[in-house]
Design a protein around this ligand. Sequence first.
Ligand code: PMP
Ligand code: GLU
Length: 396
Amino acid sequence: MSIERIARMTPSVTIVMEGIVADLKAQGVDVIGLNAGEPDFDTPAHIVQACTRAMEEGKTRYINVTGIPQLRQAICQKLQKDNGAVYTPAQICVSTGAKQALNNAILTTVQPGDEVIIPKPCWVSYVEIVKLADGVPVLVDTDPATFQLDLEAISRAITPRTRAILLNTPNNPTGAVYTRESLEALGRLAVEHDFYIISDEVYEKLIYGSGEHVSPASLGEEVQAHTIVVNGFSKAYAMTGWRIGYTAAPPDIAKDIAALQGHTTSNSTTFVQWAALAALEGPQDELERMRREFDRRRLYMVERLRKMPGITCPDADGAFYLMPDVSSYYGKTTPGGQVIADSAAFCNYILEEAHVAFVPGAAFEIPSAVRIAYSNSLEKIREGMDRMEAALAKLS
Ligand code: PMP
Ligand code: GLU
């Protein structure tokens, strides 16, 4: 039997879903995966070449836990140029993906019983990482129509035990890009009530509408002193499998993160850090090419979903997910006589009947919806939408 800390953990539904899709594909089933939060593009060639070169040059040894100085310096330049936030390399810790960076941020700030506010819908791992730190996740609604932050709801959730808020803009799963005004208001609350904003900015390069990415770290010295920026290379540079991300934190937290990581993974893979340096310093035009392609797919998918009876699909200006409300199908019966009870049953039906994979909204604390990723080719998306439409027409 699992020990208590693990027993109260729910396995990552996004990861479980990936496994199911991989198994079906291995069995020869023609599954269209609109579940994975992963760009379908290859990592740009110059980044791959920088990695190969680093390996050939013998950059294969242990290094400083927090990363090579060249990369930490480049990250500081990036934070200043892109985000308007000034950091020194001592405040940066390069980690094994933004996922480890998030774990580092939470484990170094949250004590047992501390509350962490999480605006919902939220990414599957947030609640679990807070629980791992023996913290108390406090889920707070966002605006149901726009998924923007509800500052009043956040204010009401603040207590003397509030230690942090976990923020993700652009947002997985909703695609919302939080406004500057709401982030400024949140910054004022963080300073007034002395809690951290753990700001997960992994989708910052994927914005399509008129929205802008605002890092709380750019909102003045006081807010920056209450902010831990989490970012990575997976989404912007199509580097999911490389496992590299980072934190930019106030100096005392940065020291604690280095101590923690020194006892867990030590440095993230040495030659991957040289590739990440090439990603930051090299040409950025492929980023824009990928962003445009995502945008084309997004517009197409929104249009298709909005034409399907009984489905409402809110606007989504960032990341690569849509969160359509499918709850009007709950209670309907499949051709096999099963009742669609909830978002998981809806996803199971679409997977079994149409061989199209989504992720149930319940995993993101939004049981009325499903998450559909447009990080697949337009051709596959078209086919996926056709199949979904046909499967929905069979429900009674
Ligand atoms: N934050 C969010 C919101 C994500 O969707 C992901 C997805 N993987 C991560 C963090 C972790 O990214 P990484 O691949 O860098 O660990
Ligand atoms: N973040 C991606 C997703 O939401 C990848 C899987 C994961 O790490 O959760 O699907």
